[in-house]
Structure formats: C-alpha cells, structure tokens
Design a protein around this ligand. Structure first.
Ligand SMILES: [Zn+2]
Length: 123
C-alpha cells in the first residue's frame, strides 16, 4: 500500500514536472537519448518500464512518448488514456487515477486495465 501511494505521488510529480518543462502540446516525442534517460529514471524510481505517459494538461491531454512512438499498441494505450481524460475531465481523472494506483497498484488499476484492453485490440 505504501509503495502504491509512493508511486501515485511520483506520478503527480512527474506530471507537474513534465508539463512545466514541455508546455502543453498534445503529443511530444523525446529524442532517443532523452527518452532513454527519462525511461531509466522512471524504471528506477517508479518501478515501471514506461514507453509513454499521458497527463491532463491545461488544454487537454498531453502524451509524452519516451520511445517506440510509432508502436500501434502503445499509441492505442495512450489514446485511450487521453479519451479517459476527455470523458472524465482533468480533475476527476487525476483524482480517480491516483486513487486507483494507490488502492490497486499500477497493473490492478481499472483505468490501466481499460487502456491495456484498447492496446490489445490494436496489436
Ligand atoms: Zn497506462
């Protein structure tokens, strides 16, 4: 539980930091070098092998591709998160996503299961 809470808090910090660094373009692709660096930091701190992150930005969802930006399954996964953000609204998505990560962990969170289902349909 404590580890899940830590990961949820880390997600918030990553979102705030990312948005302050990149602004609010709907899609950002990091260079291979930048993407590998951010992915390795996420892997060490967050415990996840993330290829992309989608956050609610001030003007709609923002997806940051760390690597594999042309992977169809990954794109569907992140596009599903973007749709969740539009459907729920930024505040409700953030509240619910963090609640789910804290309660169920990353793989057990229903919003993640929903995105993985969208991903499977595209692979
Ligand atoms: Zn996801």
């Amino acid at each position: 539980m404590r580890q899940h809470l830590f990961r949820a808090l880390f997600w918030i910090a990553a979102a705030v930091l990312t948005l302050s660094l990149i602004g609010c373009a709907p899609e950002v692709r990091l260079s291979e070098r930048q993407g590998s660096y951010v992915a390795s930091v996420l892997s060490h701190v967050h415990g996840l092998d993330a290829d992309a992150l989608t956050f609610p930005g001030p003007r709609g969802p923002v997806t940051v591709y760390l690597r594999n930006a042309d992977d169809p399954g990954l794109r569907c996964h992140e596009q599903r998160h973007a749709a969740q953000i539009r459907e729920m609204g930024a505040a409700e998505f953030t509240r619910e996503y963090i609640r789910q990560i804290a309660a169920y962990g990353y793989f057990g969170a229903p919003l993640e299961a929903d995105a993985r289902a969208a991903q499977s349909a595209c692979e």
